[in-house]
Write a protein that binds this ligand. Structure first.
Ligand code: FAD
Length: 419
C-alpha cells in the first residue's frame, strides 16, 4: 500500500493488537482504538496453536510467551468414566518447530499491548474510544468514536479501517445491520481458574465427557509451574435451553456451583478430582457458547473484518485466537503486495474467508472432540484405564483431518517460519 494515512484498527483485543504489530513491522502507520478505558487482564484460559505461535515468534514475542504460557505437551480425551480414549502430543513434543501455548487470555492481551506501546509509542492505542460510525470515499475512511457514555471523543481519517472489534463488532453490524445476536449453541460454559497441585505431567490439556456434558481442564501459568504448582483452567459444559440475552454484558455472569456441579460430582478420577477443584474456585463465570453464521463477504472497499468480528467460532478445537492471528499476518501481506488498498483487502478475504468459514461450521460438529462421543456410543462400559472400543485408525484420522482443516499440520507451520 502506497498511502501514508494511518491504518485505523477498531478493537485492541488479541487480534487488533497483533495486527498493529505486523503492520508496524512492515513499516505501515497504524492507530488502534479500543472501547474500554483501561485494558484489564480479563478472561480465563486460551490456547495458541503452533501456527499462531510461529507468527507471534516472527514478531519477536518468544521471550514473553515463554515467561507466561505453559508449553502444552499433550491433548488427551477421556470418557465420562475416566478411561483414556486418545492422547496426542502437542507443540514441540509433536515435532513442531514451535510450542503450543496454554495461557491466560488477559495476560496474552497485556503482553501484546506492552509490545505495541513499546514499539509504536504510547499513543498508538487510544483507549476509551469505541467506534460508532464511519464513512468511506475513494481516498480513505473517516471514523467517529464515542466514550462509554456515548459522548463523541473524536473523528479520525485513515487509509483503511480494520474491524477487529470482536463478536459484537460495530464494523460488521454496519455491513450486516439485520444480523442481530450471535448464534447460541444451547450450551453454557462455567469457567474458572484455581491454583492446585499439578495433574498428570503438569503440561497436558484434557477433555472429558461427551456431547451432553463435558469438562476441559488445562494448566495456564508458567510462573505457577516454576513454583511446582499449576494454575488450572477449568471449564464445565452442559446444555441449557434459553434465549440468548441481547446484551453481551448479560452473558458473562458470575455462575453458581449449584447450577452445574451435581452431574460432575462423580468425575473423581485417580489422575484428576474435578469436583474438588471446582469447589476450591473463588469465582466461577458463566458464559454461553456462541458463534456467528459465516458470511460471504468481509471486505467492502477500504474496510474489512478480522478475528471474531469476521468469524466468531465455537471453542471446540481451541482455534479462535489462532485464526485471528493468522488474519493479522494475512492482511499485512496483502497490503504489502497491492498498491490499491481495496485490492489488498479483497485479496486478504480471498485467502482467508473460505477456509475459516469451513472451520466455523466444522466446530459446530464439535471438531476433534467428537472422538469422545464416538467412545460414548461405541463403548459398552467395560473399558478400564484405556478405552479400546474405537479403532486407533479412526481416532488418528479425526485428529489429522482437523489439523489439516485448521492449518496446523507440521509442514505448514515450518513454512510459516520460513516465509
Ligand atoms: C473480555 C473478554 C474475555 C474473553 N475471555 C476469553 C477466555 O477466557 N477464553 C477464550 O478462549 N476466549 C476469550 N475471549 C475471546 C477471545 O479473546 C477471542 O475469541 C479471540 O482472542 C479473538 O480475539 P479478537 O481480538 O478478534 O476479539 P476480542 O478478544 O473480543 O477483542 C475485541 C476487542 O475490541 C474491543 N471493542 C469492541 N467493540 C469495539 C468498538 N466499537 N470500538 C473499539 N473497540 C471495540 C473490545 O473491548 C475488545 O478489546 C474473551 C474476549 C473478551 C473480550
Amino acid at each position: 500500500m502506497q498511502e501514508q494515512k494511518p491504518i485505523l484498527i477498531a478493537g485492541g483485543g488479541i487480534v487488533g493488537l497483533t495486527t498493529a504489530l505486523f503492520l508496524h513491522q512492515a513499516g505501515l502507520p497504524v492507530q488502534v482504538f479500543e472501547s474500554v478505558r483501561a485494558v484489564k487482564p480479563l478472561g480465563v484460559g486460551i490456547n495458541l496453536l503452533p501456527h499462531a505461535v510461529a507468527r507471534l515468534y516472527k514478531l519477536g514475542l518468544q521471550a514473553p510467551l515463554e515467561k507466561t504460557g505453559i508449553k502444552t505437551k499433550a491433548l488427551s480425551f477421556y470418557s465420562s468414566r475416566g478411561s483414556l480414549i486418545w492422547s496426542e502430543p502437542r507443540g514441540l513434543d509433536a515435532g513442531y518447530p514451535v510450542p503450543q501455548y496454554s495461557l491466560h487470555r488477559g495476560e496474552l492481551q497485556l503482553l501484546l499491548l506492552k509490545a505495541v506501546r513499546e514499539r509504536l509509542g504510547e499513543s498508538a492505542v487510544r483507549t476509551g474510544h469505541a467506534l460508532a460510525t464511519f464513512e468511506q470515499d475513494e481516498e480513505g475512511v473517516t471514523a467517529h468514536f464515542v466514550d462509554r457514555d456515548g459522548a463523541a471523543v473524536g473523528t479520525y481519517r485513515g487509509a483503511i479501517l480494520l474491524g477487529a472489534d470482536g463478536v459484537m463488532s460495530q464494523v460488521r453490524a454496519h455491513f450486516y445491520p439485520d444480523e442481530g445476536a450471535p448464534d447460541y449453541s444451547g450450551l453454557i460454559l462455567w469457567r474458572t481458574t484455581v491454583e492446585a497441585e499439578p495433574f498428570l505431567d503438569g503440561r497436558t490439556m484434557v477433555m472429558i465427557g461427551n456431547h451432553r456434558m463435558k469438562a476441559v481442564v488445562y494448566p495456564i501459568s508458567q510462573e505457577a509451574h516454576e513454583r511446582g504448582h499449576s494454575l488450572i483452567n477449568l471449564i464445565a459444559e452442559l446444555p441449557v435451553p434459553m434465549e440468548l440475552p441481547p446484551k453481551k454484558e448479560d452473558w458473562n455472569r458470575i455462575g453458581r456451583l449449584v447450577d452445574f456441579i451435581v452431574p460432575f460430582e462423580a468425575w473423581r478420577f485417580p489422575w484428576l478430582d474435578l469436583p474438588t477443584l471446582f469447589h476450591q474456585a473463588a469465582a466461577i463465570y458463566e458464559f454461553p457458547m456462541i458463534d456467528r453464521t459465516p458470511v460471504a463477504r468481509w471486505s467492502f472497499g477500504r474496510v474489512t473484518l478480522l478475528g471474531d468480528a469476521a468469524h466468531a467460532m465455537r471453542p471446540n478445537g481451541s482455534n479462535g485466537a489462532s485464526q485471528g492471528i493468522w488474519d493479522a499476518e494475512a492482511v499485512t501481506k496483502a497490503l504489502l503486495a497491492h498498491d490499491d488498498p481495496t485490492q489488498a483487502l479483497a485479496a486478504y478475504q480471498a485467502e482467508r474467508l473460505e477456509p475459516v468459514n469451513k472451520l466455523v461450521l466444522s466446530n459446530r460438529q464439535t471438531g476433534p472432540e467428537r472422538v469422545m462421543q464416538m467412545a460414548e456410543e461405541q463403548c459398552p462400559g467395560n473399558c478400564t484405564t484405556h478405552c479400546t472400543c474405537v479403532s486407533r485408525a479412526v481416532l488418528e484420522e479425526v485428529a489429522t483431518n482437523y489439523k489439516t482443516l485448521a492449518g496446523f499440520d507440521v509442514d505448514r507451520v515450518q513454512q510459516i517460519l520460513a516465509d
